[in-house]
Design a protein around this ligand. Structure first.
Ligand SMILES: Cc1cc2nc3c(=O)[nH]c(=O)nc-3n(C[C@H](O)[C@H](O)[C@H](O)COP(=O)(O)O)c2cc1C
Length: 332
């Protein structure tokens, strides 16, 4: 059965979503994920205060492209009025939906009354969400965690109350704020929400899915409507196509060859330069090389070269060299 968000977003059966990730899920990275079959994507989170003050960095994050649809713009903030205004600004960028971040655990966000800190004040979270829902014609979705800490896992109540005021889907990262990214994600509570007869919006599970096997096992075990994947897609956008292929055919696709790794890395690089300009594109791409070539023995020399070169043509030459020097069979 097809998963739908609102009246117009049809994600097909058991969609895979790209998680919003600051400094990662920008248009160049989203491009390679889209090429590999992801069903829905989000921008990285955007500060409501930044948007209403017209900060260039926040505005740039509103850039979305037709081929990316369906795509959501994710916003966060601590002030209801700012969130209302930010929703209007984000909606004018014409995404398919607006997503609210109630999950970010980092001090700068959660200790300033935004992100996961709203899990400590559900009344305010509900009021904020209501303000966002009322400020846009677009469907509104939410991404959150299990709760603030082990003693306050309140996402069950959060799900009911947010559905009641009109959110159209909920993504849940199976950790508390206190856990940050430590320990293992626990999806048991996500399953309880999915089984709650009052809940009828799509529930997406998030946290630690990093293989076809896990996606298949957790789909069955936790009964979610779809899976959101973050870290495992960094340097490995093929995870989407591999999982989708398995669900469709029951068979495993072979991993990408070296040539494919080089080509997708090159596409990511080219798009980075197109979107960010040569200098920033080259600089920000440096964080991705190690991930694209993970598991290749004796790659260090090439990685060191890729992260030190500052001319696009030299990076392309190095990528050519990698393509011709490494044997696929060396991949672990
Ligand atoms: C580098 C990085 C940046 C992130 N930025 C965001 C963000 O902007 N918004 C958000 O809702 N979650 C953010 N997250 C959390 C992810 O969306 C996701 O919930 C988390 O990584 C768990 O999923 P995973 O195990 O599939 O990575 C970020 C995570 C990482 C690793």
């Amino acid at each position: 059965m097809s998963v739908k968000i609102g009246n117009n977003i049809d994600l097909g059966a058991f969609p895979l979503l790209l998680a919003p990730m600051e400094d990662v899920s920008d248009p160049p990275f989203r491009f390679v994920c889209k090429q590999n079959g992801v069903d829905m994507m989000y921008t990285e989170f955007i500060s409501s205060e930044g948007l209403i003050r017209h900060a260039a960095k926040s505005k740039q994050k509103l850039d979305i492209f037709e081929y990316e649809r369906p795509i959501g713009i994710q916003i966060f903030g601590s002030e209801i009025n700012s969130m209302r205004e930010a929703t209007e600004i984000a909606s004018a960028a014409d995404p398919d939906l607006i997503d609210i971040n109630y999950g970010c655990p980092v001090k700068n966000v959660a200790c300033r009354g935004a992100g996961a800190s709203l899990l400590q004040d559900i009344d305010k979270m509900v009021a904020m969400t209501k303000a966002v829902v009322e400020s846009t014609q677009l469907p509104v979705t939410v991404k959150t965690r299990l709760g603030w800490d082990d003693n306050t896992k309140n996402v069950y109540e959060v799900a009911e109350r947010l559905q009641d005021i009109g959110i159209q889907a909920l993504s849940i990262h199976g950790r508390t704020r206190s856990q940050m990214y430590k320990g293992q994600a626990d999806w048991k509570l996500i399953k309880e929400i999915k089984r709650n007869p009052r809940i009828n919006i799509p529930i997406f599970g998030n946290g630690d899915v990093d293989s076809v096997e896990k996606a298949a096992a957790w789909r069955l075990e936790y009964e979610v409507d779809g899976i959101m994947i973050g870290r495992a897609a960094i340097g490995y956008p093929w995870i989407f196509r591999e999982i989708k292929h398995f669900f469709k055919t029951g068979e495993y696709l072979p991993g990408p060859s070296i040539e494919e790794r080089v080509e997708v890395c090159r596409t990511h690089f080219t798009k980075s330069i197109e979107w960010k300009g040569e200098k920033t594109g080259i600089f920000e791409m440096r964080r991705h090389y190690a991930n694209y070539f993970k598991g290749i023995p004796n790659f260090k020399e090439y990685r060191m070269r890729l992260v030190s070169l500052d001319k696009a043509e030299h990076i392309h030459e190095t990528l050519d060299e990698i393509s011709s020097c490494f044997d696929v069979s060396l991949l672990t």
